[in-house]
Design a protein around this ligand. Sequence first.
Ligand SMILES: Nc1nc2c(c(=O)[nH]1)N[C@H]1C(S)=C(S)[C@@H](COP(=O)(O)O)O[C@H]1N2
Ligand SMILES: [Mo]
Length: 317
Amino acid sequence: MLIQPMKSSDVRSSEVTPKSIYLDRRRFLRTAALAGVGAAMGPMAGAALAGAGMKLPGLVKSSHSTAEEPTPYDKVTIYNNFYEFGTAKGDPGKYAGGLTTKPWSVAVEGEVAKPAVYDVEDLIRPHTLEERIYRLRCVETWSMVVPWVGISLGDLIKRLEPTSKAKYVAFETLHDPEQMRGQSYPALRWPYDEGLRMDEALHPLTILAVGLYGEEMPNQNGAPVRLVVPWKYGFKCIKSIVRMRFQETMPETAWSRQTPGEYGFFANVNPGVDHPRWSQAKERRLGEFLKRKTLMFNGYADEVAHLYTGMDLTKYY
Ligand SMILES: Nc1nc2c(c(=O)[nH]1)N[C@H]1C(S)=C(S)[C@@H](COP(=O)(O)O)O[C@H]1N2
Ligand SMILES: [Mo]
């Protein structure tokens, strides 16, 4: 995949394919491949993933969705944090397109009865694809409302049968500097990693997302599979996951390893606990002018506050 900057003289003009045509071709190939799979599997095929930009069929609306107005698709897909493709908000939209997301494997390991390297399709397909309209609040104080498409992470975890020693789940993003140009720079320690306590991972609000706006996940938003934990700051929502490890100890995570005084393991949205360098009391919804008040647990307090009873949230930030 061509992601390194190349001199135009390196490429003969006959080899240059405009991006739109290239994407259409890729879309066609995926559709064709899936048509074959679908025919073989017949109506038993459940939540099979479609092609890039393809509609995901059979979505069920979720009762967990917010009634707020979704942030326009254009904003959700051009203003991103995905440091594997660069640190500017526009970089992922520019450079993630070439990432190969099919086939895609996810290694499941550690304290679990069914460890294996799974094709992502096999992990997702047995589950119902739901549309979950969630707020996402970035620690940098912008926010958006996104109609995610995903499955319950808890349902998947139960199917994988963690052992009684599994107290946490650790996640890792793909590490492939050839495809992820930002990994040539030490912006973070690669691969990006994240983690959840088991009760957080099993919470019904926590999903593995495979799409947004009814379509397969755009690469810049974390294709083919990313975490969405709506009551936590956006950096917990690790993208392009290749590994899930069940373990007894609290995992290290990319941002708290990098700057432990600024980012903690829990990272619950909390307007009362400021970042050392800025206030977390307000946020700007992408596309809006006036700031809004940030809500405790990003507005999901009724559902999740009980997970943290008795914990000092200024200490466990
Ligand atoms: N692998 C990986 N996952 C990541 C990030 C990243 O840099 N790399 N950025 C995080 C941050 S800080 C945010 S706010 C969200 C942004 O998700 P979005 O681009 O879909 O809005 O992704 C999170 N997941
Ligand atoms: Mo973020």
